[in-house]
Design a protein around this ligand. Structure first.
Ligand SMILES: Cc1ncc(COP(=O)(O)O)c(C=O)c1O
Length: 423
């Protein structure tokens, strides 16, 4: 990469030529002929729901990839969290630790079961739940934690599980961003009491909508299955209800369809290979980007198995002092004009426009306060204020495109002093 300053360095946002003539073409979710054929056959079979063949196959793939004994499919990755909490008996009066930086669903699920989400700060390198701050946030009411493997970066499971054992807490790994990721050889989601997956449209494995939980505990699997399947026992045939349903489970219908199960199963079959290819691309892209002053990449899982770091986004953390002190909004606008497909991270949950819980219904741990009110410092100052995400599909682009993207970032960094002219 040539980092020298030259006249063609005029920023596109100020009338110069963009580094990329157009945004790279990223087509997601993937489509293929075999899946189209299978979908047509499924349609003609008239068997569209209820423990069908494709649901079984999807679950078998998920169990294999994520080294878990049981997998239970559901309609999305929000109700999976709710079902896991219910299966664990979490409810009214309980507190559940969640990271400040995540999609709101992680905390909403806690609210659904009548418990109180406790927002705890993230680590500045991997952007996942900080184990030390989680330890500080534990009270006699704390029943569980939901670490999120944010954007595929892995929460420090060794330290979090140690904390959970010491304080008698349950752990649900939110793996909505972590398909195919392995921690020291073990599938993400299989180390806690439950792992929860989303297969929504944009996810690394997508069925349009969809979700699943995994667990190694047969009793918990039974409870989660009954909860999502209106009380039926694990694997029950339609019309073959059996009793013994525990009273504390007011069960739901969260069944998905065979159509999404088929699409998900096919993608899971290719996921290990896709993850390995993307890991190689990510190593290359990291080297290109980290030559630019003021650029760091979200840290990989500390014990991520080689080739099995998961990616839901490729996150770049900027030290804006090296970008002439520009604010992130202006940097992003300039990058977009260079045809770089980047976006902001989530906002901290308690700042999200769709987070409408009253302050009495949640707690923010830490005592940090800025102009907008109480918050979690790293989530605000490193996550929201300094991080930008590429969509995961960039990792499928040719290396030459990745080099061009890095050149575009280098150009904006070199000329960042000009961004103050923007309003
Ligand atoms: C971290 C996280 N948890 C949970 C969810 C909920 O998944 P779904 O959209 O399938 O309900 C999402 C996804 O959107 C997510 O990003």
């Amino acid at each position: 990469m040539n980092l020298s300053v030259s006249s063609r360095d005029q920023l596109a946002i100020l009338g110069g030529k963009p580094v990329l003539a157009r945004p790279p073409s990223i087509l997601w979710p993937p489509v293929d002929r075999r899946t189209s054929r299978d979908l047509l056959a499924l349609y003609r079979s008239r068997v569209w729901s209820w423990n069908g063949r494709w649901e079984q196959r999807m679950c078998a793939e998920l169990r294999r990839l994520h080294t878990a004994k049981h997998a239970i499919p559901m309609v999305n990755g929000t109700v999976t969290l709710e079902a896991a909490l219910r299966a664990l008996g979490v409810g009214k009066g309980d507190e559940v630790i969640v990271p400040a930086l995540t999609w709101i669903a992680t905390a909403l699920a806690v609210a659904y079961v009548g418990a109180k989400p406790v927002f705890v700060d993230i680590e500045p390198d991997c952007l996942c739940l900080d184990p030390e701050k989680a330890a500080e946030a534990v009270t006699p009411r704390t029943r569980a934690m939901i670490p999120v493997h944010l954007y595929g970066g892995m929460a420090d499971l060794d330290r979090l599980l140690r904390l959970a054992r010491k304080r008698g807490l349950k752990v649900i790994e939110d793996c909505a961003h972590a398909h195919g990721g392995l921690w020291a050889g073990r599938g993400l989601g299989s180390l806690g009491d439950f792992g929860s997956f989303s297969f929504q449209q944009s996810k690394t494995v997508s069925g349009g909508e969809g979700g699943a939980v995994i667990t190694n505990d047969a009793r918990l699997a039974q409870r989660a299955f009954r909860y999502k399947h209106i009380g039926y026992e694990f694997g029950a045939r339609q019309g073959k209800a059996s009793g013994g349903l525990p009273e504390d489970l007011l069960c739901r219908n969260y069944r998905g369809t065979e159509f999404s199960a088929l699409v998900i199963a096919r993608q899971l079959e290719g996921l290990a290979a896709l993850t390995r290819r993307r890991n190689a691309a990510a190593d290359f892209f990291t080297r290109e980007l980290e030559r630019i002053p003021g650029v760091k990449i979200q840290a990989r899982g500390r014990r991520a198995t080689r080739g099995r770091q998961s990616y839901y986004a490729f996150v770049v953390i900027l030290d804006l002092r090296e970008w002439a002190g520009a604010d992130l909004g202006r940097v992003l606008r300039a990058l977009r004009m260079e045809n770089v497909p980047m976006g902001r991270t989530y906002n901290s949950v308690y700042r999200h426009l769709l987070w409408n819980r009253p302050p009495s219904a949640y707690r923010i741990h830490g005592g940090y306060r800025d102009a907008k009110g109480p918050g979690c410092k790293v989530s605000e100052e490193v996550g929201w204020a300094r991080s930008l995400c590429f969509p995961h599909g960039i990792l499928d682009l040719p290396r030459s495109d990745l080099t061009r993207l890095a050149e575009a970032l280098a150009k904006v960094q070199r000329r960042a002093d000009r961004l103050s002219a923007l309003n």
